[in-house]
Design a protein around this ligand. Structure first.
Ligand SMILES: Nc1ncnc2c1ncn2[C@@H]1O[C@H](COP(=O)(O)OP(=O)(O)OP(=O)(O)O)[C@@H](O)[C@H]1O
Length: 238
């Protein structure tokens, strides 16, 4: 399946009575890469969790290639093509790397695992290790690989670089870029490492207090240090 377009319109969502997102709208063209940035607590994770069906939606629509997702359970959204790699790396610690990969596959061919190993050769080297024995970076690779084996057409990556060493960050970002270049997935990335996100993305959305505060290209954002300082709180990006 080719990459899909994601359209979010007038989205308001939160947890119970707590409203976090207010009237968020944006569209991500098929095959493109969107970075979602913002200070801590502005609602980035809530946005991804809402798209994935894991929060309370008060209002709005979420369309994947025109198909409305908002009434569907999380599992149905995944079957419709939505891949979600949450901030908390989702792996089974007591299963081996290979067993972790097989869990999602059910009756699909095992050959799909070769694609995961091709993307993350480290996982092949460690295929007999338990999830609990992996480094943070390897856990992120495994969590991402498990989602990708579901062949999503839109992929949400929530802070994949959190807590990882620079060399592992580079390895992961190179793998994500390769994935994006293959054209099968539209990728949305939440990341605190702003420069890595800007290097990756072709469009940027900045949230502030649950609303879209800025939208444009990485070049436009990099050229606007006042906006960067105001919305992201960093004095220059390098
Ligand atoms: N399960 C929850 N129940 C109630 N409030 C929550 C819950 N999860 C998050 N929040 C609140 O929602 C707001 C947005 O949090 P969210 O995690 O979406 O922000 P974020 O931009 O991803 O932050 P960070 O960069 O720190 O991960 C915060 O005020 C947070 O306290």
């Amino acid at each position: 399946m080719p990459a899909a377009q994601l359209e979010v319109a007038n989205l308001s969502a939160g947890y119970g009575q707590t409203r976090v997102l207010e009237n968020v709208s944006f569209a991500v063209p098929a095959g493109s890469r969107l970075a979602v940035l913002g200070r801590n607590g502005v609602g980035k994770t809530t946005l991804f969790a809402t798209i994935a069906g894991q929060t309370r939606l008060y209002n709005g629509t979420i369309r994947l290639d025109g198909k409305e997702l908002s009434g569907l359970e999380s599992a149905s959204r995944a079957r419709s093509g939505l891949g979600y790699v949450p901030q908390a790396r989702c792996i089974f610690p007591s299963l081996t790397v290979e067993e972790n990969l097989l869990v999602g596959l059910k009756d699909r061919e095992r050959t799909a695992i070769a694609e995961a190993y091709d993307m993350f050769p480290r996982l092949q080297e460690r295929r007999r290790n338990f999830g609990s024995q992996l480094s943070g970076g390897e856990q992120q690779m495994l969590s991402t690989a498990r989602t990708i084996l579901g062949k999503p057409t839109v992929l949400l990556l929530d802070e994949p670089l959190e807590g990882l060493a620079p060399v592992i960050c580079e390895e992961l970002m190179a793998a994500f870029s390769k994935l994006a270049a293959a054209g099968d997935m539209t990728i949305l990335l939440v990341e605190q490492r702003i420069q890595s996100a800007l290097d990756f993305a072709d469009h940027v959305l900045v949230l502030e207090r649950g609303q879209v505060a800025w939208s444009g290209t990485p070049v436009e954002l990099s050229a606007d240090p006042a906006t960067v300082e105001r919305l992201l709180g960093v004095g220059g990006l390098h």
